[in-house]
Design a protein around this ligand. Sequence first.
Ligand SMILES: *Cc1c(COP(=O)(O)O)cnc(C)c1O
Length: 416
Amino acid sequence: MTPQLPDNIDCNSCAALDAQDPLATFRDRFLNDGETIYLDGNSMGRLPRAALRRLQEMAEHEWGTILVRGWTESGWMESPLRVGDRIGALIGASPGEVLVADTTSVGLFRLMTSVLRARPQRRVIVTESSNFPTDLYIAGGVADLLGCEVRAVERGELREALDGDTALLMLTEVDFRTGERHDMGALTEAAHAAGALVLWDLSHSAGAVEIKLNHHGVDLAVGCGYKYLNGGPGSPAYLYVATALQEELRNPIQGWLGHDNPFLFAAEYRRAPGMRGWMSGSPPVLAIGALAVGVELQLEAGAHAVGEKAALLTEVFIRLAHARLDALGFEVATPASSERRGAQVSLRHPDGLAIVRAAGDRGVVGDFRPPELCRFGLAPLYTRFVDLWDAVERIADVVESGTSRLPKYQQEIAIP
Ligand SMILES: *Cc1c(COP(=O)(O)O)cnc(C)c1O
């Protein structure tokens, strides 16, 4: 149940929200210096304490002692499917529909290629022109490779862009710049009405908002492991292929571990059924072990509760920003309706880069996206409401103490 927010939110009302927060105890399950206000979990999530123990144990016990027998005895070979099923439970998929593999970029390549090869009479991928760059780059590369076309249009023109030539509608559910969230159900339906398949990138959704892939009849999805799932740097990504399409769509990188019986070492490829057929080479076992810990924390919290907290955190942050930051030249870029946004709030300011850097020096870690967007990811598992109050006060303080001395954003400045 969503608590009633007072008209004027202050430090005490934030403390009261923390006291009522059903997810409050999750904060201590992550490594935390007690000082930094980390609002960059949409870029890379915090380290779960249990992941530290798990990595140590896997290295010492499994790799160090069990050695090669670990592929069977420690369940390494099955880990992409096993952890995939746990991610599936989080994003509204059925068992056997999700595989942990590669990066999001590679997953996009594999899925887009498979769709265009399966539907040779349709030659167009429809996407949004402001989609995450890797999604656009990969689509462009796939189109070059297979002689197809990418139709990248503005958000409001997506439906009109779908036609009888469209093989695939490929979208990111939550926009990485503004945090705006698409209506997954309505757009999936529109793609299907045009006879196209749909591929959703869940990189900024999983672990931030509740996702219902099966419920909406979603065909395909990808997402990354190191953002709200807290899998750590270089954490592998995941692929979702709806059961109904698993016969028809084929993994374009048919490697030995996607073979029906890899240890026959047969000369001829025979595809394994289901998501196992989407395996290519050896899985990154240690990284999957760390990711599994982050995924279990999300499942323990529950996707619905996580989504509700994200809605409340973003609501409080937006209200605090209006109250304190509007007058200092900021503009909220994130939608006002909680159904239309993820777990991040973005603020436009002409001195955005300088502000994000100076706020970082004061212990408030957000990030910057050119030309003027300050992004703050409010990861529901470890962000407190009092953190939002403190962050907005410190951001205001940065501007009030003068940003004119700080470097302005230019194309040449390297942004980490
Ligand atoms: C973070 C992100 C990615 C990351 O891609 P990798 O290949 O895993 O580095 C892809 N797409 C979107 C929308 C993202 O937000």
